[in-house]
Design a protein around this ligand. Structure first.
Ligand SMILES: Cc1ncc(COP(=O)(O)O)c(C=O)c1O
Length: 397
């Protein structure tokens, strides 16, 4: 059947993710892929999960296998609220929590609840392609605000808010941003919050990497400074436990919670109860902080190794971020160099990365930037892959 006349307007504008196309190449065993964004597989607590699964099926099989409630498994909700209050000073009496099936769904629900067709969403430029595509599927208008070393450019942010009355949401990844690795400064965070309050818009603070700091000083989340309920906080277990379990959470003002719940019911009724019980038991019976510390050490080592190889092999007119956590480095080439073309050449030499245009509001415009990921690569592959890229850059520039 020919579906071309049946596809909805909102989906017509959304293209298959460039990253997915790159993954087809990057997934080949002989390619060194810096294109992904997966957590290190050795960080998964496999033995503990095996034991927990057996215990759950022995002791609470019906709870695990029966329908659950849309807001989430009650013990897990409380554990997350306690943990977030302790670690991030998040959560007021006016806040509530809903467990969602990955932060991707958290962004989707936020868009579903807040956005009409044509409403504006401000995002960092560059930003996470998955959530940009979520906003695109609601026919939202994206307004990119360039990133500085300290996060969103506050002057451009204010100008954008002042000039576009359709804006309802600011989407930000303030800590170890995907794709840039940049962490927004305290000044930027406070500035974003003040502007959101001044212009009466919501902020979606997406923080899947926040606990993966391996150097520098911790900076408070925007949500922890929010006394007015403007911030919807999105946390995830994907990068600190397992992405396959699809577990994340939204902590937000009670004023928006009811619609989130109805929206979730219409999407998938509730998040997988078995997954929620696994994480709940893990939080109760094991030391997740020790496990996260292990991940931090893995990423610290890989990040430092990749940066030192880049210092050695990359030409001096190439600049790059030096992340203090998370899993990405952002590379900037001299003006006019098209990282998309460079990627095609790199793939011929069996190295993959993601060109910068994939993370922009205008994905058609060539970009002189690209994203490197270091979280899953062996030392040997990091060294070999960066050397090959360095040679390619030296020939190209
Ligand atoms: C910034 C950001 N937000 C959301 C997601 C989606 O994560 P989840 O697995 O929780 O859906 C990712 C995944 O890479 C991400 O980098």
């Amino acid at each position: 059947m020919d579906y071309s006349n049946l596809i909805s307007d909102k989906m017509l504008g959304v293209k298959a993710s460039a990253i997915r196309e790159i993954f087809k190449v990057a997934g080949k065993p002989d390619v060194i892929s810096f294109a992904g964004g997966l957590p290190a597989p050795e960080s998964f607590p496999v033995d503990a999960i095996k034991k927990i699964c057996n215990d759950i099926l022995d002791t609470e099989p019906v709870t695990a296998l029966q329908y659950g409630i849309s807001e989430g498994y009650a013990p897990l909700k409380q554990q997350i609220l306690d943990r977030m209050r302790e670690k991030e000073q998040i959560g007021t009496d006016n806040d509530d929590i809903i467990i969602v099936s990955g932060s991707q769904q958290g962004a989707d629900l936020t868009a579903k609840v807040l956005l009409n067709e044509g409403d504006g969403v401000i995002c960092e430029e560059p930003s996470f392609i998955g959530c940009l595509n979520t906003f695109r599927t609601y026919n939202a208008k994206l307004y990119g605000v360039p990133m500085t070393d300290e996060g969103m450019d506050l002057n451009v942010l204010e100008e954008t808010l002042k000039n576009n009355k359709n804006i309802k949401l600011i989407y930000t990844i303030p800590t170890f941003q995907n794709p840039s690795g940049i962490t927004s400064s305290l000044k930027t965070r406070k500035g974003m919050l003040e502007l959101a309050q001044k212009y009466n818009v919501a902020i979606l603070e997406d923080n899947p990497y926040g606990e993966l700091r391996f150097s520098g000083e911790k900076i408070p989340t925007i949500k922890s400074m929010d006394t007015t309920g403007n911030v919807i906080y999105l946390g995830s277990f994907s990068k600190v436990f397992s992405p396959g379990l699809r577990l994340a959470y939204l902590i937000m003002d009670k004023g928006v919670m009811e619609k989130m719940v109805v929206g979730k019911q219409a999407t998938d009724v509730h998040t997988n109860v078995f997954s929620q019980m696994i994480v709940s038991r893990y939080l109760k019976e094991y030391d997740i902080d020790a496990s996260i510390e292990n991940s931090r050490q893995i990423y610290k080592h890989r990040c430092e190794l990749m940066l030192s190889c880049m210092d050695t092999y990359f030409p001096k007119n190439v600049s790059y971020t030096r992340p203090e956590g998370g899993i990405f480095i952002w590379v900037t080439l001299p003006e006019g160099v098209d990282s998309g073309k460079l990627m095609l050449e790199a793939v011929k030499r069996k190295v993959a990365f993601v060109p910068g245009n994939a993370f922009m509001t205008d994905i058609e415009a060539p970009s002189n930037c690209f994203r490197l990921n270091y979280s899953t690569m062996s030392d040997e592959k990091i060294e070999a892959g960066i050397k090959i890229l360095g040679e390619l850059l030296a020939e190209t520039l």
